[in-house]
Design a binder for this molecule. Structure first.
Ligand code: MN3
Length: 202
């Protein structure tokens, strides 16, 4: 049973002006499609074939670079599309907002910490907001396509929000200005989806 490239829950231009349509289309149809195909090739005929992506990542042999890179790439981008949305729909509220304030002191302090984790990831990678059993949240970042579900990587929680800071995620529009892309990302976070993931994983 092969993994399939998920459809975006919105049009390629839906996140403009924060993330441009051309970047979204290439990112989805080339990068994410590539990870998906390469993951399927890497697991075909192995005992990983037929397992869920969460199961594969949680129990990953970190020396299996084909599955590490492409399984991470498949999962990370699927989450990334789902935790974004067109501007002005939904806002941070409820239990997740309480958990964020308990951990960081304020929503602004959380945004600063998340932006810093994303901006200071050297080279390619991701920054994450994760939840641990019991509901505590924290922030970490991972290199390449690694993910906090993988053994020994990141903070070991379940990621509920992630930002891709590979140059392919922003370079066409922002060139080298990664901090501008990170600031823009806060305008397109689908907090309803992040809160749903928090409730499911805490
Ligand atoms: Mn990417």
């Amino acid at each position: 049973m092969a993994f399939e490239l998920p459809k975006l829950p919105y049009a390629y231009d839906a996140l403009e002006p924060h993330i441009d349509a051309r970047t979204m289309e290439i990112h989805h149809t080339k990068h994410h499609a590539g990870y998906t195909n390469n993951l399927n090739n890497a697991i075909a005929g192995t005992d990983l074939d037929g397992k869920s992506i969460e199961d594969i990542l949680t129990n990953l042999d970190m020396n299996n670079m084909a599955v590490r890179n492409n399984g991470g790439g498949f999962y990370n981008h699927t989450l990334y599309w789902e935790v974004m949305k067109p501007e002005d729909k939904g806002y941070l509220s409820g239990e997740l907002k309480d958990a964020i304030i308990a951990e960081f002191g304020s929503v602004d302090a959380f945004k600063d910490a998340f932006a810093k984790a994303a901006a200071t990831r050297f080279g390619s990678g991701w920054a994450w907001l994760c939840v641990h059993k019991g509901g505590k949240v924290d922030i970490c970042s991972t290199p390449n396509q690694d993910n906090p579900l993988m053994p020994g990587v990141g903070c070991g929680g379940t990621p509920i929000l992630g930002i891709d800071v590979w140059e392919h995620a922003y370079y066409l529009h922002y060139q080298n200005r990664r901090p501008d892309y990170i600031n823009a990302f806060f305008n397109v976070i689908n907090w309803n989806e992040v809160e749903k993931r928090y409730a499911e994983s805490k």
